[in-house]
Ligand binder design. Structure first.
Ligand code: HEM
Length: 239
C-alpha cells in the first residue's frame, strides 16, 4: 500500500535553511576569531621581547621578515600571514554584520526592553567593542607599520625606538590601554561564544571550563599587551 507523505510546509523549509545559514555564519565567526586569537598571542609574545632591550626586540622584528627564506622571498611568510589576517577580518566582519541584520529582521515587532538582560549587554559589548578594536587597528597600523608616525616627531625606521617614543607619551599609553581593555572584553565573550558554536559547552562542567578558559585567555592578553606601554611610561623600558 502506497503511503502518502505530505510535503513540508514552505515556512518549515525556509526556517531550516535560515538556521543552517545562521550556523554557517557563527562558524565563520568562530574560525576567523581563532585565527585572530593565535595572531594576538604570538604578537603579544613578540612585544614582550622589548623587556630584553633594543637589540632583542629589533632582531625579533627582523627575524619575522626573514622567516621561510630562501624558499620564500624576503617578507614572504609575513605577507602570507598578512593575507590570512585580512581574509579573516573580512569573514569576521561580514558574518557579524549579517548575523545582526538577521536578528533585527527576525524581530517583526519592536519590543520595549524592560530589563537589562545579560544577553543584551553582551551583544552591545561585542558590537561597540568590535568597532573600537577596528578603529584601534587602523590607528595602530598608521602608527607602527603603514604610516610609521612618530608622535614625538623623532625617527621612524627603528621599531624599538618608535615604540619607546610612542609610549613615552601618557595619552598614547592611555589610548592603547583603553583599546586593550576593549580587546579583553571582546575576547572574553567571543571565546565563550565560539566554544558554544563549536559544541564545547554541552554539560555544566564543560560550560564552567569554557568560561574559565575564556576569562583567563582574555586576562593574559589584556595584561600581556599592556605591560610594554606601562613599562615605557614608568621608565623601565628606555631607549
Ligand atoms: C600594546 C599593544 C600593542 C603594541 C605595543 C603593538 C606593537 C606593534 C609593533 C611595534 C608593530 C610593528 C612590528 C614591526 O614593524 O615589526 C606592530 C604591528 C602590528 N600589530 Fe601591534 N601592537 C599592539 C597590539 C596589537 C593588537 C591588539 C593587534 C590586533 C588586534 C595588533 C595588530 C598588529 C598588526 C596587524 C601589525 C602589522 C604586522 C605586519 O603586517 O607587519 N597589535 N604592533
Amino acid at each position: 500500500m502506497a503511503t502518502q507523505t505530505t510535503p513540508p510546509r514552505p515556512q518549515l523549509v525556509k526556517g531550516a535553511r535560515a538556521s543552517r545559514t545562521t550556523i554557517a555564519l557563527k562558524l565563520g565567526m568562530a574560525i576567523s576569531g581563532i585565527v585572530f586569537l593565535a595572531f594576538v598571542l604570538a604578537h603579544m609574545y613578540g612585544n614582550l621581547k622589548a623587556f630584553g632591550g633594543h637589540d632583542a626586540f629589533n632582531e625579533y622584528a627582523e627575524h619575522l621578515r626573514e622567516l621561510g627564506e630562501p624558499m620564500l622571498p624576503h617578507e614572504g611568510a609575513l605577507w602570507i600571514l598578512r593575507v590570512g589576517l585580512i581574509a579573516s577580518l573580512v569573514v569576521h566582519v561580514y558574518c557579524a554584520v549579517t548575523l545582526w541584520r538577521r536578528a533585527a529582521r527576525a524581530r517583526t515587532t519592536k519590543y520595549v526592553m524592560k530589563k537589562d538582560t545579560g544577553a543584551n549587554r553582551a551583544s552591545l559589548t561585542m558590537r561597540w567593542g568590535g568597532l573600537t578594536i577596528l578603529i584601534f587597528l587602523v590607528w595602530h597600523l598608521l602608527n607602527f607599520t603603514i604610516g610609521k608616525v612618530n608622535p614625538q616627531g623623532g625617527e621612524t625606521n627603528d621599531p624599538y625606538n618608535l615604540m619607546v617614543d610612542t609610549f613615552d607619551l601618557w595619552w598614547m599609553t592611555l589610548i592603547y590601554i583603553a583599546a586593550m581593555l576593549a580587546l579583553g572584553a571582546h575576547l572574553h565573550h567571543g571565546i565563550w561564544s565560539a566554544a558554544q558554536t563549536l559544541g564545547w559547552t554541552g554539560t555544566a562542567a564543560k560550560r564552567n571550563r569554557a568560561k574559565v578558559v575564556a576569562f583567563v585567555i582574555a586576562l593574559i592578553i589584556t595584561i600581556g599587551f599592556s605591560l610594554v606601554p606601562l613599562a615605557v611610561l614608568a621608565g623601565i623600558i628606555t631607549k
